[in-house]
Design a protein around this ligand. Structure first.
Ligand code: AMP
Length: 526
C-alpha cells in the first residue's frame, strides 16, 4: 500500500510529514531542513528553482522570484488583497482570463495553483526520496478561514503536482490533532496560528478520539510578513533621515532590507537588541553608503502592537462564537513561526489567563496533524473522529442586494441545506442564483463563489414551481450545489461557474505543458 503524506503548504514555509509505525515523522529536505521556503523562481537562463534554491537567489533576481503566492490564491484580481500585493511584490501580478491574478515571471504568466503546485511537487519529491517509493496521495492543510475558492484552488494545485488530495484540512485543526495525538481525557483547546501570511484561531473540544471544532475565525491576509513590512518601513525612514537617501525605488536594496528585517525580527524574539548591517546598500555623491541601524525589542513591539491587537480582537469573536469564556480553555496551543515573538505570547497569555503549551513545534505541528489525518483516512478503524466547521456563512443574493444566509458560519461540516426557489413571472423558464460566502449583510460585500442558472422550469403561473436547491459543504469545506424540481422529482442540471478557479480543461492543459517541460528538462540535462 502506498503511503499518504501530510503537507502543510505555508505562505512562507512548507513542511511534509508521514506516519511511520504509528509515529509521526517530519521529513527533512536534501539540505537537512524540516521546512522548505514556499518560493519559486526562474533564473536568467530559464532554470526553475524551488525552496531554498529559489530563496538563495531572491536578492539578485527579485522580479522573477515568487513568494507568498498563498496570499493571492483563489482571489479575484480586483480584490483589495490582490491590489495590495501588486503594490508590495517585486514580481509582476497580471489579470488572468478568469479574472484571477497571475504571476508573470520568466516571460510566462503562471496561475496561482500552478505556482503552489511547484512547491507541492517539491514536498512530494522530498517525501519520495525519504520513503524510497512514489507517493501519489496527500492530505493538505489550508488556513481555517480560507473560503471555497481558495480551497478549490489548493486542491487544483495538488492535482497539477500529481497528487490526489484525499482531504483538505484546516491548519489549526491539524495542529489540535497533533497536540491531542494519544492524549487521553477531555480538554478544551484554543489553537492560535500566526504564520507568515495568515492568521487563524480555533476553539476545539477533545475527548478520547473525538475532536470537535466549536468555532473558528481568522484573517487570510495577516501574518509575519506584516511585521516584516513594519520593520522595513522603519529602516527606510531611519536611513532616509540620517543619509538623505530614499531606498524605495531600488528593488535590490528593498529585497536585502526585507531579508534583513525578517532576520532582525526573529533575532529580537531571543534578544533585547539587534543591529541591521547592510554594507553598500546605496551610493552617494561621495561613494558607497552602508546601512547600520540598531533596533530594540521595544521598538519592534511598538511598530507591530496594533497588528498583534488585531489578532486578539478576532480571538475574542471566536471565543464568543464557541459559547465559552476565555477561562474555560484548558490549553492554548501556539502554531506558526510568528508565535515565537514574546509580545505575541504574552498578549495571548494575558487574554486566556494562562501560558501556552510548550510541547509542540510551531513550524512542524500542522504537517504532523495532516499526516495523522492521512493515516486515519487510510486505516479501517477510524482512529480519530474529526468534526470541523465551516468558517464562513454560505448563502445567496436576494432581491435588493441582500445576503440570505443558508448555512451559518461555525456549522459542523459536512452539511447540506435545502432552499426552495420559485419564479416571479408567469411561464418563467429560468432563474439565476448567485452563491456567496461571507458575513456581510450586503450581498456585494461577500465573496461570490459562483452563479448558476436553473433552467427547464416547467411553464406555470408565477410562484407555483417549487425547486429545491441543495447547498452542500463537504468535509474539505468545499461547496457544491444541486437542484430538484419537487413536482416532477427531476434533477435539474446546474453548473456553478466558480470565479477565479481553473476549469478541468485548463488544469489538464497545465499538467500536459508541465510534462512537456519536464521531458525537455531531462533531455537538456543529458
Ligand atoms: P510559518 O508560516 O509558520 O512558517 O511562519 C513564518 C513566519 O514566522 C515568518 O514571518 C517568520 O519571519 C516568522 N518567524 C519565524 N521564526 C521566528 C522567530 N524566532 N521570531 C519571530 N518570528 C519568527
Amino acid at each position: 500500500m502506498s503511503r499518504v503524506i501530510g503537507i502543510d503548504l505555508g505562505t512562507t514555509n512548507s513542511c511534509v510529514a508521514v506516519l511511520e509505525n504509528g509515529q509521526p515523522t517530519v521529513i527533512s529536505n536534501a539540505g537537512g531542513y524540516k521546512t522548505t521556503p514556499s518560493m519559486f523562481a526562474i533564473t536568467q537562463d530559464g532554470k526553475r528553482l524551488v525552496g531554498h534554491l529559489a530563496k538563495r537567489q531572491a536578492i539578485t533576481n527579485s522580479k522573477h522570484t515568487v513568494y507568498a503566492c498563498k496570499r493571492l490564491i483563489g482571489r479575484r484580481f480586483d480584490a483589495p488583497e490582490v491590489q495590495k500585493s501588486i503594490d508590495l511584490s517585486p514580481y509582476d501580478i497580471v489579470r488572468g482570463p478568469n479574472d484571477d491574478p497571475r504571476i508573470e515571471i520568466g516571460g510566462k504568466a503562471f496561475t496561482c495553483p500552478e505556482v503552489s503546485a511547484t512547491i507541492l511537487r517539491e514536498m512530494k519529491r522530498v517525501a519520495e526520496e525519504y520513503l524510497g517509493e512514489p507517493v501519489s496521495e496527500a492530505v493538505i492543510t489550508v488556513p481555517a478561514y480560507f473560503n471555497d475558492t481558495q480551497r478549490q484552488c489548493t486542491k487544483d494545485a495538488g492535482k497539477i503536482a500529481g497528487l490526489e488530495v484525499l482531504r483538505i484540512i484546516n491548519e489549526p485543526t491539524a495542529a489540535a490533532l497533533a497536540y491531542g495525538f494519544n492524549r487521553p481525557g477531555e480538554e478544551r483547546v484554543a489553537v492560535y496560528d500566526l504564520g507568515g501570511g495568515t492568521f487563524d484561531i480555533s476553539i476545539l473540544e477533545m475527548s478520547d478520539g473525538v475532536l470537535e471544532v466549536l468555532a473558528t475565525s481568522g484573517d487570510t491576509f495577516l501574518g509575519g510578513e506584516d511585521f516584516d513590512r513594519r520593520v522595513v518601513q522603519h529602516l527606510l525612514d531611519t536611513f532616509r533621515e540620517s543619509e538623505g537617501i530614499d531606498l524605495r525605488a531600488d528593488p535590490m536594496a528593498l529585497q536585502r532590507l526585507k531579508d534583513a528585517a525578517e532576520k532582525a525580527k526573529c533575532d529580537l524574539s531571543a534578544r533585547e537588541q539587534t543591529e541591521v548591517n547592510l554594507p553598500f546598500i546605496a551610493s552617494g555623491d561621495d561613494g558607497p553608503r552602508h546601512l547600520s541601524i540598531e533596533i530594540s525589542r521595544d521598538t519592534l513591539e511598538r511598530l507591530v502592537e496594533d497588528v498583534v491587537s488585531a489578532t486578539l480582537k478576532t480571538v475574542e469573536v471566536c471565543v464568543k462564537d464557541s459559547g465559552l469564556q476565555p477561562g474555560d480553555i484548558d490549553q492554548v496551543v501556539l502554531v506558526g513561526g510568528q508565535t515565537r515573538m514574546p509580545l505575541v505570547q504574552s498578549k495571548v497569555a494575558e487574554y486566556f489567563g494562562r501560558r501556552a503549551h510548550k510541547g509542540v513545534n510551531p513550524d512542524e505541528v500542522v504537517a504532523v496533524g495532516a499526516a495523522i489525518q492521512a493515516e486515519s483516512l487510510l486505516s479501517d478503524e477510524d482512529s480519530v473522529l474529526l468534526l470541523d466547521v465551516t468558517p464562513l456563512s454560505l448563502g445567496i443574493a436576494t432581491f435588493g442586494g441582500h445576503f440570505a444566509r443558508l448555512i451559518e458560519r461555525n456549522t459542523t461540516v459536512p452539511v447540506r441545506k435545502g432552499h426552495i426557489f420559485t419564479t416571479t413571472r408567469d411561464n418563467q423558464s429560468a432563474v439565476k442564483i448567485r452563491v456567496l460566502q461571507g458575513e456581510a449583510d450586503a450581498a456585494a460585500e461577500n465573496d461570490l463563489l459562483g452563479e448558476f442558472v436553473l433552467t427547464g422550469i416547467r411553464p406555470a403561473r408565477k410562484g407555483e414551481p417549487e425547486i429545491d436547491v441543495s447547498f452542500d459543504i463537504d468535509a474539505n469545506g468545499i461547496v457544491s450545489v444541486s437542484a430538484r424540481d419537487l413536482a416532477t422529482g427531476k434533477e435539474q442540471s446546474i453548473t456553478v461557474n466558480a470565479t477565479g478557479t481553473l476549469s478541468d480543461e485548463e488544469i489538464q492543459q497545465i499538467i500536459e505543458d508541465q510534462e512537456l517541460y519536464e521531458v525537455a528538462l531531462k533531455e537538456g540535462e543529458e
